[in-house]
Ligand binder design. Structure first.
Ligand code: AGP
Length: 370
């Protein structure tokens, strides 16, 4: 029952723990043996996807962060140019539309005023190939007004801070990346089959990440008395860092900023001292060595580090460095997995600070008026 917290103290915690199940549900009926079923996006999807040469993603808040991850996937895996913009900016500017652009809106509620207005403007403009809504509510305005739909099956999300909606959006966006790449023949050989297999294993990986709750709860004590934090990530983990920072601000009211780790020396390093903990996401990919050197720079300034690292990344605890080992996962799906400990971190920090976790001050679940 969605309106029941069950054994959990807050809806947010319940919704965090639902993620293996709802990710599974979002995948159901959408995977073939070694490919994504393109018709999951609607009966005309195959015909339309064949024409797509560019993708424009528009969304707000957490949904925007999902779109930012998708840009790394669409360009990196499927070779399809992609732009991502917050709806409140996109709707009020003149946009130069590339030919054969698929307009993609992402929204949990499907009723966010700016996202809806951006879709309506895009349709009025007439320059887009088609519109696709990735949405959690089937009877929403966004779904009704879009040509194609992929529903995320996260179920009702009660906590104002979005958790399961985000990870199921990411799953939907990975399905979109593979579906577009398959239809257009732009994926490298074997990538669809490999990622379909990895997607099937994802719910089990998410369970493993949730099993680390007690460890994350312990490290959350580092943050309870702090006023500022910095979140760092590289590549597709940069938007995950942004999402981690947003969660922390929303429910614990601690100032949190996210930066791509390579930007540190271009300004934010000046903020780092013993009072500013730095949270970093370190999967085991080609950017790991660069990230490690970024972290040394932080340590040299006295900044305390919390690193969520792939168990194979060879990172260990040290003076001022707290490493939480994450289960190994395919690099493409790492943004989904690493989101979970960041959600748990902000949850436990908020509980320690005694804030209203499910109903943070000044915020509403859906921003249906500007
Ligand atoms: C995230 O925790 C917030 N609740 C907020 O940023 C939210 O993602 C944003 O308002 C967009 O909502 P939507 O997905 O329903 O469009």
């Amino acid at each position: 029952d969605a309106a029941d917290k069950g054994a959990f103290r807050h809806f947010m915690l319940k919704e965090i723990h639902e993620q293996p199940t709802v990710v599974q549900r979002t995948l159901e009926g959408r995977l073939g043996r070694d490919h994504v079923l393109v018709q999951a996006f609607g009966p005309q999807a195959a015909e339309l996807f064949a024409k797509v040469r560019n993708v424009q993603i528009v969304a707000c808040g957490t949904s925007y962060h999902a779109g930012m991850v998708a840009r790394y996937w669409l360009e990196g895996l499927a070779g399809i140019p992609c732009q991502v913009e917050v709806a409140s900016e996109f709707r009020y500017r003149r946009v130069a539309v590339q030919p054969d652009t698929l307009f993609v809106s992402i929204s949990q509620s499907g009723e966010t005023a700016d996202t809806l207005a951006a879709l309506r403007n895009a349709k009025a403009d007439g320059g887009y190939l088609a519109s696709l809504a990735i949405c959690n509510v089937g009877i929403s305005s966004l779904v009704r007004e879009s040509d194609l739909t992929l529903l995320t099956h996260a179920g009702p999300e009660i906590g104002v801070a979005s958790t399961k909606a985000f990870t199921t959006q990411l799953v939907g966006l990975m399905l979109l990346t593979l579906a577009l790449g398959q239809v257009k023949g732009t994926l490298e050989d074997g990538v669809a089959a490999e990622l379909v297999e990895e997607l099937r294993r994802l719910p089990a990986r998410l369970d493993e990440a949730l099993a680390m709750d007690k460890i994350v709860e312990k490290v959350s004590e580092l943050f309870a008395e702090k006023h500022h934090t910095l979140f760092l990530g590289r590549g597709a983990q940069y938007p995950v860092a942004m999402e981690g920072a947003l969660k922390l601000k929303e429910i614990s009211y601690i100032h949190a900023e996210a930066y791509p780790a390579g930007e540190l020396k271009h300004g934010p390093l000046a903020l780092v001292d013993a009072d500013m903990p730095v949270v970093t996401i370190a999967p085991n990919n080609e950017l790991l060595d660069k990230l490690k050197s970024n972290l040394q720079v932080v340590r040299a300034r006295g900044g305390e580090l919390l690193v969520f690292a792939d168990e194979q990344a060879g990172m260990s605890n040290g003076e001022g460095t707290h490493v939480v080992n994450m289960p190994h996962i395919h690099d493409a799906l790492a943004p989904i997995l690493y989101t979970l400990p960041l959600q748990l971190l902000s949850y436990h920090v908020a509980v320690l600070r005694g804030t209203d976790v499910d109903q943070p001050r000044n915020l509403a679940k859906s921003v249906t008026v500007e």
